[in-house]
Write a protein that binds this ligand. Structure first.
Ligand SMILES: [Zn+2]
Length: 161
């Protein structure tokens, strides 16, 4: 007998939505645990981007799909395409402004199962160069409000959303 992917899909989506998704909370209310770490940078009908307050990797951002989905393939096909294009556009804006030596695109979802990407510009000087940033704990590099705003403006200047 053939499996029934549509039923399975609904179970996956419903299961995590009940969990009080922190990305949905942030997207819907602008509040919640993630608001302590993220500052909104840009949004469209399909994506929302934030500057990450830990700027040890200058230009580090997070971008999420607006629609709750645990996997990229569970997004509506059009929304998935648009979201991917916007994610790539943000990566390019970060690279153009900060001159990173490499971009990391991490769509993990191990902690919070809502499609989101950590866009992490990597630099030859960074202490985890050629490794993922999660391999060793580090002190977050926090900036003042004006410095955050300045970095957001610098990225927005290149962003074509
Ligand atoms: Zn969600």
């Amino acid at each position: 007998m053939m499996p029934q992917p549509s039923t399975k899909t609904l179970e996956i989506q419903a299961g995590f939505k009940e969990d009080q998704c922190q990305y949905c909370q942030l997207i819907e209310t602008g509040d919640g645990p993630l608001a302590e770490w993220f500052i909104k940078l840009a949004e469209t009908r399909t994506s929302i981007a934030w500057l990450h307050k830990d700027q040890l990797w200058p230009g580090r951002c997070v971008v999420a799909a607006r629609q709750h989905a645990t996997e990229l393939f569970l997004l509506e096909p059009d929304a998935c395409q648009t979201h991917l294009r916007e994610m790539v556009g943000l990566a390019e804006a970060i690279q153009r402004e900060f001159g990173a030596d490499k971009l990391n695109y991490e769509c993990l979802g191990n902690m919070i199962q809502h499609v989101h990407w950590h866009l992490i510009p990597r630099y030859r000087w960074d202490f985890l160069w050629r490794r993922t940033i999660w391999e060793e704990a580090h002190e977050p590099e926090l900036l003042g409000d004006r410095d955050y705003e300045e970095r957001i403006d610098r990225i927005r200047a290149h962003l074509r959303w």
